[in-house]
Design a protein. Structure first.
Lengths: 302, 228
C-alpha cells in the first residue's frame, strides 16, 4: 500500500468518526468506561493481592518439639520444613528467645514482674520453628507434613486466617474477571455497531469503490482505522484519568483511615501502570481492531 | 475484446434473465444494447462487470475468462473498465475534483498523477471551471459529465454506460453521447445500454436488440424502434 493511500485511509477513518459523531462518542464513552472499570478492578485486585501476600507472609505455623527430641532431629525437621512446598522461610526460636518474646508481649514495660522467673525459664521446652508461608492455601498440607515428622510434638496454626485470605482472594479474582469479560464483550458489540453504521452510511461510496476497482484492503482500511482510533482514544482517556485518580484515592484513604497505615501497604502508581498501561492500550487497540474487522468482514462483501 | 458464449443467467431457478446469449464485441467498437425493461440489458452489463456470475456459459473480456477469475483479481480487472450509471452515482459530500480524484485514489495512483489527470479529465468533459462545485450545485447533464470524467480518468479499455441519458433532457443527452463517442474515437470500446430511440437511430452505430433474455437482432449500423 502506498504512503498516500495510507494517509488517505487515515483521513477517511477520522472522517468516519466525525460523520457518525454520536455513535463514535457513544463507542468511545463505552470503551472508556470499560477500560476505566478494567483499570479500577485491576488496581483493586493487584493491591488486594499485594496486601494478601504481605498478610500471608505474616501467617506462621509454629512447630514444637518433643521433650526428648535431639538437636540433630530438630535440625532435620528444620531442613525438611524449608524444602516443603509453599514455605517461604523457617525461623528457629530458642527457648530463651520464646521467653523474651513472651515477656515483651505479656508484661510489656513492666518487665521487672518477670524477674522472678529469671533463672527458671517457664518455656524451657518451648523452642520451636516459626514457618512462614509463601502460599497460604498450602498451609494445611504443610501442617500435616510437619506433624508427621520425627521429634515433633505439636503444630500450632491459624486455619481461619489462612482460609479467609485464600477464599477472599479467589472471590475477588473471579468477580473481577467476570465483570471485565462482560465489559469487553459489550465494547466489542458497541464498536461493531458503530462500524455497521459507518458501513450503512457509506454503502453508496463503497459500491462506487468496488465498480472502480478498489481492492478489499482499500475499502476496509478506513473502517479498521476508525475502530482502532475509537479503541485508542477510549483507552487513553481512562488511563490518564485513573493515573491521577489512583494517587489521590490512596492519599485520601491513608489520610482518612490513618489506622490502615500500619496494617496495609498500597502499591505505588508506577508499579500498577507497569502492567496496566500496556494491557489497557492493547485492550483498546485489540477491541477496536476486532470490533471493526469482524464487522466489515460480515457487512462488506467486496 | 468482449465475448459471451452461450451465457445464461438465472436469478431464481427456472427464471432466466439471460438465455444462451452469444455476443462478440471487438476492440474500438461502439455498441448500443437496446430493449424493453426486463429484456436482460442490465444483467448483461453486470455480468461483464463481474458483479454477477453466469449460471452457465463463458465470458471472456480482454483475454480474461471471468468464470475462472479469482475474487482477489476482480479489482485489477475492473480497473480496465469505466462505468457510467443513469443516476450518476457521485459522492455528494465531495466536490467535483475530489469525485474524479477518488477514482484514481482507489486504484492507488500517486498524488502527482492525480494532480495531472483530474484537470485533464475535467477539461475533456468541459467542466474545468467547476472543479470546486459539489454535485448538488450542478445540473443533471453536468453531473453525468462528471461521471464520465470519472469513468475515463483511468483510461479504461472498455466503457460501460447503463442508461446514461435516462435522467436527462434531449440537449444534455446529446452532449453525453458526444462525450462517449469522443472516448470511442480515442480507442475505447464503448457499450451503451439505452432506451433512447432518437439517439440510437441518429448515431448509426452497431445495435444489439434484446428481448426476454435473448438477442433478437444485431445490426452493424442499426436502429431501434418499439417494434423491436
Amino acid at each position: 500500500m502506498r504512503i498516500s493511500t495510507v494517509g488517505y485511509s487515515m483521513r477517511q477513518g477520522v472522517k468516519n468518526i466525525r460523520r457518525n459523531k454520536m455513535f463514535s462518542i457513544a463507542s468511545i464513552a463505552t470503551m472508556a468506561a470499560c477500560i476505566f472499570l478494567f483499570g479500577l478492578f485491576y488496581s483493586i485486585v493487584i493491591n488486594f493481592n499485594y496486601i494478601v501476600d504481605k498478610a500471608e507472609e505474616g501467617v506462621a505455623i509454629t512447630v514444637f518439639f518433643k521433650e526428648d527430641a535431639t538437636q540433630s532431629q530438630k535440625d532435620k525437621v528444620g531442613e525438611d520444613l524449608k524444602n516443603a512446598d509453599g514455605v517461604l522461610k523457617v525461623n528457629y526460636i530458642s527457648a530463651d528467645e520464646a521467653w523474651d518474646k513472651f515477656k515483651d508481649d505479656y508484661f510489656g514495660e513492666s518487665g521487672d514482674l518477670a524477674e522472678g522467673f529469671k533463672s527458671d525459664n517457664p518455656l524451657a521446652n518451648s523452642d520451636n520453628y516459626e514457618v512462614y508461608m509463601s502460599d497460604v492455601s498450602k498451609q494445611k498440607d504443610v501442617v500435616s507434613y510437619a506433624e508427621s515428622l520425627d521429634g515433633v510434638r505439636k503444630v500450632n496454626k491459624s486455619d481461619v486466617v489462612a482460609k479467609t485470605l485464600t477464599s477472599v482472594n479467589k472471590l475477588v479474582g473471579y468477580v473481577s474477571a467476570a465483570i471485565i469479560v462482560i465489559l469487553l464483550i459489550v465494547s466489542v458489540f458497541l464498536i461493531s455497531n458503530t462500524v455497521t453504521m459507518g458501513v450503512t452510511v457509506r454503502r453508496e461510496e463503497i459500491a462506487i469503490m468496488k465498480y472502480i476497482g478498489a481492492k478489499d484492503g482499500f475499502v476496509r482500511s478506513p473502517f479498521v482505522i476508525e475502530g482502532l482510533l475509537i479503541g485508542v482514544i477510549g483507552a487513553v482517556l481512562p488511563l490518564i484519568l485513573l493515573y491521577f485518580l489512583y494517587s489521590k484515592v490512596i492519599e485520601y484513604i491513608m489520610v482518612k483511615f490513618s489506622l490502615l497505615n500500619n496494617i496495609v501497604d498500597f502499591l505505588p502508581v508506577m508499579q500498577v501502570y507497569k502492567t496496566l498501561l500496556p494491557v489497557g492500550l492493547a485492550l483498546g487497540v485489540g477491541i477496536g481492531f476486532l470490533g471493526s474487522f469482524v464487522t466489515i468482514r460480515k457487512h462488506l462483501k467486496v | 475484446m468482449i465475448e459471451l458464449k452461450e451465457v445464461t443467467k438465472e436469478y431464481s431457478k427456472g427464471v432466466a434473465a439471460l438465455n444462451g446469449i452469444n455476443l462478440k464485441i471487438d476492440q474500438g467498437e461502439f455498441v448500443f444494447i437496446v430493449g424493453d425493461s426486463g429484456s436482460g440489458k442490465s444483467t448483461l452489463i453486470r455480468l461483464i462487470m463481474k458483479e454477477l456470475d453466469p449460471t452457465s456459459g463463458t465470458i471472456v473480456v480482454n483475454g480474461q475468462n471471468l468464470n475462472r477469475m479469482k475474487h482477489r483479481k476482480i479489482p485489477m480487472y475492473r480497473r480496465g473498465l469505466g462505468v457510467v450509471f443513469q443516476d450518476f452515482r457521485l459522492l455528494k459530500d465531495r466536490n467535483i475534483y475530489e469525485n474524479i480524484a477518488f477514482a484514481l485514489r482507489v486504484t492507488e495512483k500517486p498524488t502527482r498523477v492525480i494532480k495531472k489527470k483530474v484537470p485533464a479529465a475535467l477539461s475533456l468533459v468541459g467542466l474545468a471551471q467547476k472543479y470546486k462545485s459539489f454535485p448538488k450545485e450542478l445540473s443533471g447533464g453536468e453531473q453525468q459529465r462528471v461521471a464520465i470524467a470519472r469513468a475515463i480518468v483511468n483510461e479504461p479499455a472498455i466503457l460501460l454506460a447503463d442508461e446514461p441519458t435516462g435522467n436527462l433532457d434531449p440537449t444534455n443527452s446529446w452532449e453525453i453521447m458526444k462525450l462517449l463517442e469522443e472516448a470511442n474515437e480515442r480507442g475505447t470500446t464503448v457499450l451503451v445500454v439505452t432506451h433512447n430511440q432518437e439517439i440510437v437511430n441518429e448515431m448509426k452505430k452497431r445495435v444489439v436488440t434484446m428481448k426476454k433474455g435473448v438477442i433478437v437482432s444485431d445490426e452493424k449500423k442499426g436502429g431501434y424502434s418499439n417494434e423491436n
